[in-house]
Design a protein. Structure first.
Length: 209
């Protein structure tokens, strides 16, 4: 695998050459698209719920959220340098967590996906659970068919119409976070974060000594 050397690439500050995106607002647009698609897949009454598709969109939203914060921090550092100043990273992090309180979970998912090793990133003992939500009528039909030759076919038929709950659980304190709330919260929080900063980074500058 090729690795970057110490010398800065001449296009370092032109990411749009490769990924089309140029600033944190472009990343927010991507995050909003992923959150909207997640909601559409979850709410469309005409189609069986695409659980795989929802998981993919959730993972992508987490990657986008982590990237959004990184792009915003880079922009803040650039503005500070242009004024001969430095960023107080503690102030910046506090601002980010005000609008993205579940950022640690998003980073845990993004980094676990990237590195193929479990990363809790401070959210702590996070685990995703997929629960099949059969209705009482469906459960009754399945119970009647249990043990018969037609059970497998009936289960497949009922599962095609069933709802699902995708939930994140933090085992040490039993905290639960529904995936839908989580994904939409990332998009809304990202929007509020960018609206609140809106390229005005002065308040993050470290005090002059």
């Amino acid at each position: 695998m090729a690795r970057r050397g110490r010398e800065q690439h001449p296009w370092t500050n032109q990411p749009g050459r490769l990924v089309i995106h140029d600033n944190p607002y472009d990343i927010l647009a991507k995050l909003n698209w992923e959150a909207n698609e997640f909601e559409l897949k979850r709410a469309d009454p005409e189609k069986p719920i695409d659980v795989d598709g929802m998981v993919y969109l959730l993972q992508n939203a987490c990657i986008s959220t982590a990237s959004l914060v990184e792009w915003l921090e880079k922009a803040a550092h650039a503005e500070a340098r242009s004024q001969g100043r430095q960023i107080d990273i503690a102030l910046f992090d506090k601002e980010v967590l005000t609008w993205l309180p579940d950022l640690a979970l998003a980073r845990a998912i993004a980094n676990t996906f990237k590195h193929a090793t479990y990363r809790d990133e401070g959210w702590g003992d996070a685990e995703v659970r997929l629960e099949v939500l059969f209705s009482a009528e469906q459960l009754q039909r399945l119970k009647v068919a249990e043990g018969t030759e037609g059970f497998a076919a009936l289960y497949e038929e009922e599962a095609a119409e069933v709802d699902f709950a995708l939930t994140f659980v933090r085992n040490h304190d039993k905290h639960q976070l529904a995936a839908g709330v989580f994904v939409v919260g990332l998009a809304h929080g990202g929007l509020r974060l960018l609206d609140h900063t809106f390229q005005e980074f002065d308040r993050f500058f470290a005090s002059k000594t």
